[in-house]
Design a binder for this molecule. Structure first.
Ligand SMILES: [Zn+2]
Length: 388
């Protein structure tokens, strides 16, 4: 343990040194370490438009006075983020947009002109390259952060902080940008034994999913099939994690759609699953439409392969119309890090398929199709010999 008084004196001399010689990296950390730091952006609601107190008179003297940055590493999670702090003399209203042409993160700052802040500040180069401050009309300005690669909405957040006279802190605009997660290199082996497989029975609890003409609910069928898949995979020696085991909401009753879906992806991401399989039943206005389809989101060279293998398995065992595989940006397959698919087993809006889907026999066939597909996936993925 560090002696506190000694630490304080070392700290103060360091602080003085930094103020005189290293103004660029002054105390972002110490200035703002009382900010209730949001856990990783992937698991908190993202504030995209931060509004501070009403602009007191919106004086023309409100300025961007200085800016500083720091890369903070989370000791627990091992993740890093870049925090950029911009001091303003009075409150401002900030909105942010991602510009894919840059790639850039653009902050529109309403109510403050570019003041003493440097025109351009070089950042770490890994998470963000530089920030430039640009004069706009009236009392408005812009901060443009150049990025080395395009980021997602979930990868950054922007908020404002009030002044804190006791601690000599002015009003601040804070930008947190998460370090991009490095791509995983896969190296699959054949067989189901010891594979970690997450099965996600679609919907549940307060969300019944689609409902058929004879009142069969999607959530009931997806859970029944998932339980059968689990039993078969465990017989084959796989480790199976279910996002839900009973008729419940995964996040909580009546949670927002995103919280509910996020809860499902966290099960897979936190357990370093090899693959993620989400089970759903389709519905359409025309009751004659039917068949099986499987969706993937191309994050690696393995997502489409997984979709093709499971689609083939489902069509072989279930015998419904083969509607094929499609790329789609569904949340649960986009936000899971491992190869992931979402299978629409059949159409609950089609009375014949609704009836089939509610039988033990057909549910068993669907489960067999998924398991065959997974087995085929691991053997084909292993032949590729690893890679992104
Ligand atoms: Zn569904």
């Amino acid at each position: 343990m560090l002696n506190l008084r000694r630490f304080r004196s070392i700290f103060l001399s360091l602080l003085l040194f930094m103020m005189f010689f290293v103004p660029q990296i002054s105390m972002a950390e110490t200035l703002d370490n009382n900010v209730p730091d949001a856990s990783p952006a992937a698991s908190v609601p993202i504030l995209k438009s931060a509004i501070s107190l009403p602009m007191a008179g919106a004086r023309a003297t409100n300025q961007l006075n200085s800016a500083r940055w720091l890369v903070h590493k989370d000791a627990v999670e091992g993740t890093s983020k870049l925090r950029l702090v911009i001091d303003t003399s009075d409150p401002v209203i900030v909105s942010s947009t991602l510009d894919g042409n840059g790639p850039q993160l653009v902050l529109d700052i309403k109510g403050a002109v570019v003041g003493d802040v440097d025109d351009s500040i070089t950042l770490d180069g890994q998470i963000a390259e530089k920030v430039r401050f640009i004069k706009k009309d009236g009392n408005n300005s812009q901060a443009v952060v150049d990025l080395p690669a395009m980021i997602d909405d979930g990868d950054y957040k922007v908020f404002t902080l009030k002044s804190d006279t006791a601690n000599k802190k002015s009003f601040r605009v804070v930008v947190d940008i998460n370090k991009p997660v490095p791509k995983v290199v896969y190296n699959f082996t054949p067989g189901l034994r010891n594979k970690v497989i997450v099965i996600d029975p679609g919907h549940g609890g307060s969300d019944p999913g689609a409902i058929g003409p004879n009142k069969v609910q999607e959530k009931t069928v997806t859970l029944a099939v998932a339980q059968k898949v689990k039993a078969m995979l465990e017989n084959a020696g796989a480790k199976v994690l279910m996002t839900r085991q009973t008729d419940v909401d995964v996040y909580g009753p009546n949670a927002s759609a995103v919280d509910e879906l996020k809860a499902r992806t966290i099960v897979a991401n936190n357990n370093k699953a090899d693959v993620f399989v989400s089970i759903h039943i389709n519905a359409f206005s025309n009751p004659t439409v039917g068949g099986t389809a499987t969706y993937y989101y191309q994050k690696s060279n393995y997502d489409a392969l997984l979709a093709n293998c499971i689609q083939d398995g489902l069509v072989a065992t279930g015998g419904l119309q083969d509607r094929g595989t499609y790329s789609a940006g569904f949340y649960v397959i986009k936000r899971t890090t491992m190869p992931s698919i979402l299978a629409e087993l059949g159409f609950i809006s089609n009375p014949a398929e609704e009836k089939l889907l509610s039988t033990y026999q057909f549910q068993q066939q669907m489960a067999q199709g998924i398991v065959q597909g997974l087995d085929k996936f691991f053997s084909q993925a292993a032949k590729r010999g690893g890679g992104l």
